[in-house]
Design a protein around this ligand. Structure first.
Ligand code: HEC
Length: 156
């Protein structure tokens, strides 16, 4: 009985700690976005309002609503063939997919497509998983479902 109970408690704690390890910190993500991503990306809503980053930055695609979006499909952006292919094969961005992509886009696409010739046009790598999680938590705020949050984020 007591063994069973501690095993159950253990499972609960494991669950909690793995949640804590994966849940990114939005504020840390905001500053990491600023220092690592906004040279190439911004977050612009459908009305053209820039919610993060700077206007007229187009090296990388607009990241508004990127969580939940099929990879390689932001209208008007010229993606590399590999990312488009991954999207067509069913890749939709969520946290689990985006972490390894941010850590190493080339390797990620090679594994995803099963081809050593796959290449990413994003020549940037996030150094550690915690930072990737933070940035993803930050990006997850910007999407069609949470209009209210966007208002706040654009106010600063
Ligand atoms: C040096 C410029 C550059 C930097 C810095 C950069 N990116 Fe990118 N990013 C790109 C380019 C270019 C692409 C398109 C890649 C392709 O077509 O293969 C891209 C693609 C992406 C995609 C896929 C989007 C889609 O529509 O499928 C995500 C997600 C992404 N970047 C996130 C980030 C994040 C988060 C950071 C900061 C940690 C970052 N990028 C930093 C240039 C950059």
């Amino acid at each position: 009985m007591s063994y069973k109970m501690s095993a159950t408690l253990g499972a609960v704690f494991l669950g909690l700690s793995s949640f804590a390890a994966h849940a990114g910190d939005v504020e840390a993500g905001a500053s990491a976005f600023q220092s690592q991503c906004q040279n190439c990306h911004n977050v612009t809503d459908a009305d053209g309002e820039v919610l993060a980053g700077r206007p007229n930055v187009r090296t990388g695609p607009n990241l508004y609503g990127v969580i939940g979006r099929q990879a390689g499909t932001y209208d008007g952006f010229r993606y590399g063939a590999s990312l488009v292919e991954a999207g067509e094969a069913g890749l939709v961005w969520d946290e689990a997919e985006m972490v390894p992509y941010l850590l190493d886009p080339n390797t990620y696409l090679r594994e995803k497509l099963g081809s050593n010739r796959a290449r990413s046009q994003m020549s940037f790598r996030v150094r550690d998983e915690a930072t990737a999680n933070d940035i993803i938590a930050f990006l997850a705020q910007f999407g069609a479902v949470e209009e209210a949050d966007e208002e706040e984020a654009s106010g600063s």
